[in-house]
Design a protein around this ligand. Structure first.
Ligand code: ZN
Length: 141
């Protein structure tokens, strides 16, 4: 199921050193009034807290990687949950030997430096609600 939307604006900037990655992106969306969009970023984090969704138990398992890491790529989107903008982002990270880690970005990931591009979209609202099949808050299309 798809909905047609059109690209409206591109916002490009950097995020605050030492701040929480997910919180900073969410605050940026609120400040710029972005309710629907796409996110891409690169940079580095001081530590990461990620999650993996277990499809059998239908629960997220959270884990922390407590070391400085490069952000190889962050991809995400912005849509609405309970009427408020919600950022959903996944991230690939690398350590000093080039080993990669990844997952669903959770609160507790601390920015070292982050260059971000957010593309905002115009069109019908994308609202998340509980999905029976997956147990996740997915888009109601
Ligand atoms: Zn996710």
């Amino acid at each position: 199921m798809m909905k047609k939307i059109s690209s409206q604006q591109v916002h490009m900037g950097k995020l605050q050193h030492g701040a929480d990655l997910l919180e900073e992106i969410t605050q940026t969306c609120n400040r710029e009034n972005i309710r629907l969009g796409r996110i891409q970023a690169i940079g580095a984090v001081q530590r990461a807290r990620l999650a993996y969704y277990n499809q059998k138990t239908r629960e997220y398992r959270f884990f922390t990687i407590d070391q400085p890491l490069e952000i190889l790529n962050l991809s995400g989107n912005i849509s609405l949950k309970d009427g408020e903008p919600m950022v959903h982002a996944h991230i690939s990270l690398a350590d000093d030997a080039g080993n990669a880690y990844g997952g669903h970005v959770a609160p507790g990931t601390v920015i070292f430096a982050c260059e971000i591009v957010i593309e905002s979209f115009e069109g019908p609202a994308f609202e998340r609600s509980f999905d029976e099949e997956t147990g996740l808050p997915l888009w109601r299309l």
